[in-house]
Design a protein around this ligand. Structure first.
Ligand code: ZN
Length: 150
């Protein structure tokens, strides 16, 4: 989408650069500021032109840079989905280690859900691994204990 830019007078590379740049400074600044001040530098109101997504909920993805950037269908390829899910699993396990273990049964349910998502996002030729879906869940207590003693 090229809203707000005079396409006729710019070459494509310039327009692409402008799109990538839109609202990026705000995003960068928000990342540096304490949360109370970050609210003074909100996301852009217009489409940034090149969304970069984060998952805001189970079925909600939002753009880091603009308010119109929201979708309820995953914008990621299955490989990106796998990378993001493995990243989330890694962060969750690190959090468990810091807290000395999962706080509640719900923490483990959420971790199992993410492992299931990671397995589902594996490339087609790797689908045979789906049969092992129960294995990571069964190994969770061991993983958490290993992290606790690390
Ligand atoms: Zn955006």
């Amino acid at each position: 989408m090229v809203s707000g830019i005079d396409v006729k007078n710019g070459d494509e590379a310039t327009i692409m650069t402008m799109h990538r740049a839109r609202y990026r400074f705000r995003t960068w600044l928000r990342g540096l500021l304490p949360s109370a001040l970050a609210r003074l530098v909100p996301k852009g109101r217009r489409d940034c032109g090149a969304h970069e997504w984060y998952r805001a909920g189970r079925d909600v993805w939002r753009c880091y840079h603009c308010e119109p950037g929201i979708t309820h269908v995953s914008p990621w390829t299955s490989e990106e989905q796998l990378q993001h899910t493995l990243g989330a699993i890694s962060s969750t396990l690190r959090l468990f280690a810091l807290r000395g273990g999962p706080g509640t049964e719900q923490d483990l349910v959420e971790l199992r859900r993410m492992v299931g998502e990671a397995l589902a996002a594996l490339p087609e030729e790797e689908r045979r691994l789906e049969r092992l879906a129960a294995a990571p869940a069964a190994e969770l207590p061991g993983i958490v204990n290993a992290l606790r003693t690390a």
